[in-house]
Design a protein around this ligand. Sequence first.
Ligand code: NDP
Ligand code: 8X3
Length: 246
Amino acid sequence: MKTVLITGATAGIGAASARAFAHAGWRVIGTGRRADRLRDLQEELGAYFLPLSVDMQDRAGLESLAKLEGEWSGVDCLINNAGLAPPMADLQDSEWDKLQTVIDTNVTGLVALTRALLPKLIASQGSIINLSSVAATYPYKGGAVYGATKAFVRQFSLMLRNDLAGTGVRVTSIEPGMAETEFTLVRNGGDQAASDALYDGIDPMTPEDLAETILWVASRPPHLNINALELMPTRQNWAGFATNRK
Ligand code: NDP
Ligand code: 8X3
């Protein structure tokens, strides 16, 4: 039986992935800060789900995830999913603490956890699936720090493959557009109406769409590495260039 560690399993894409992997016969280690949500998921998924409440900003806590023993000691797949965006704002109008939280979570925590788990992933010839975003590639106004963290995740994924050459470990950057989760609620400080308005009428991707894709990536045969995968709702596309006339 294979084991997957999914960060941010308390909501959205991470929770849907926990369900998809568990139903496909994997053991699932799920993390996040909200212990009550992890407990609910354990009740739903049973003994093959291990809930571990860890904050991505707590490096020691993340490193402790690499020290599990017994039946939970092996890790075959790491899904670096936990992440968030600060409110949409120009940098000059942004609150520092919110930016710092995003950088610490999306970048620093992701690197710390990946580094700590690499010995186990090398031993299992496992795989790493990182949640980047279309914001890594396509700039939009008010998203500089978020987009930059996701560009980091994309490039980190591609370059990590060089470090891992010959080990059999696979690395993938998943780059979604709009998926309806708690993402926009968190970004807007809990404004449900604003979140509903953003997704209204565009048939956004669902967390299950992404979970199915992530499970598909993790289930490819060992000789096949999906480097990067970009997905969007059919009703989402690119904005044009902007100009500022004098
Ligand atoms: P949700 O807000 O629904 O879920 C985010 C998850 O991340 C939660 O489980 C949350 O857990 C966890 N998380 C956030 N901060 C921390 C922290 N400091 N420590 C531990 N866990 C944390 O969002 P999504 O499911 O949409 O997002 C998942 C990933 O997908 C993110 O990396 C996001 O950037 C990316 N993504 C999302 C898109 C979208 O449109 N939804 C599109 C492209 C990428 P808790 O709060 O319990 O700690
Ligand atoms: C979030 C996707 O399109 O809202 O990563 O920037 S989008």
